[in-house]
Design a protein around this ligand. Structure first.
Ligand SMILES: Nc1ncnc2c1ncn2[C@@H]1O[C@H](COP(=O)(O)OP(=O)(O)OP(=O)(O)O)[C@@H](O)[C@H]1O
Ligand SMILES: [Mg+2]
Length: 251
């Protein structure tokens, strides 16, 4: 697959989408892969997590008609660049809907960058709206992070329904897998949620990412886990995920 595009999506908030996007992206970059993160969330947290200022990169890309190369920010990390989002992404969302822009708007906008990057990763907002669907449409692989608690597992169906609806309309990508996050084997709730996922989605379940407060500190400090606490248990979990995603991208 040339320049695989991997989209982290779940309509539920706080399940680990941003953490997973930037952690996977920085590890791909550390493995020598030229990697671009595109933050489609108006919260602009990918930039915050990498300690760079949120800017209207997505708005420029999708609405102002800027050349894609002009929308990219360096992150100060080798091989890792970003198209940041900020509040203007919410305006972009409204314009896309009002002008009824085609589903493949994002795919077309990113095409010129395919020769410059080995991987492009998308972070998305915890909501349903034109941007999420268009980001999924542009992606080859989808990862659905799901916090291993009762309510998060309950919301998974809605995101899967969106993928099914897009497939019916001709979307060519596929679900890479469901990623259980914040897994804590000591709590009954985590174990129950995980067994539910194992029972219902055995074919598409990634190895869980443990609950680790160090990940909260990482965001607060603008550092990735690779800079802050690797090697370590949660870094090992994410390394295994990166291995699996690289393998899926080759097939
Ligand atoms: N494995 C984990 N263990 C403990 N805390 C985690 C873990 N993964 C993420 N967190 C923390 O949980 C919070 C939510 O994570 P994150 O921002 O990645 O979720 P999100 O799905 O992107 O949220 P939103 O939907 O608001 O964009 C953050 O404070 C993050 O540091
Ligand atoms: Mg987020």
């Amino acid at each position: 697959m040339k320049c695989p595009k991997i989209c982290f999506v779940n309509q539920k908030g706080g399940v680990g989408k941003t953490t997973s996007t930037i952690t996977v992206a920085d590890e791909l970059a550390r493995r020598g892969k030229r990697t671009l993160v595109v933050d489609f969330d108006p919260q602009g947290q990918c930039a915050v997590a990498l300690n760079i200022p949120p800017q209207p990169g997505v708005f420029k890309l999708l609405i102002s008609g800027s050349a894609p190369a002009d929308c990219i920010n360096e992150t100060g990390r080798p091989n890792l660049a970003m198209i940041t989002g900020d509040r203007s992404t919410a305006t972009a969302q409204i314009v896309l809907a009002a002008e009824n822009r085609p589903f493949d708007t994002i795919r077309q906008a990113l095409k010129p960058l395919e020769n410059q990057f080995d991987y492009i990763l998308f972070d998305t907002a915890p909501s349903v709206g034109g941007i999420q669907e268009r980001a999924v449409w542009a992606a080859n692989l989808i990862v659905i992070p799901v916090a291993t608690d009762y309510l998060a597992v309950d919301s998974l169906g809605k995101t899967l329904d969106m993928l099914t609806a897009l497939s019916k309309q001709g979307w060519q990508g596929k679900l890479a897998g469901i990623l259980p996050t914040m897994y804590d084997h000591v709590t009954n709730e985590s174990r129950k949620a995980y067994s539910y996922l194992e029972k219902n989605y055995p074919e598409t379940l990634f190895t869980p990412i443990r609950r680790a407060t160090i990940l909260r500190d990482c965001i607060a400090d603008g550092l990735t886990i690779w800079q802050k606490a690797a090697p370590g248990p949660v870094a090992d979990d994410y390394r295994a995920l990166v291995d699996q995603l690289m393998k899926l991208s080759r097939s």
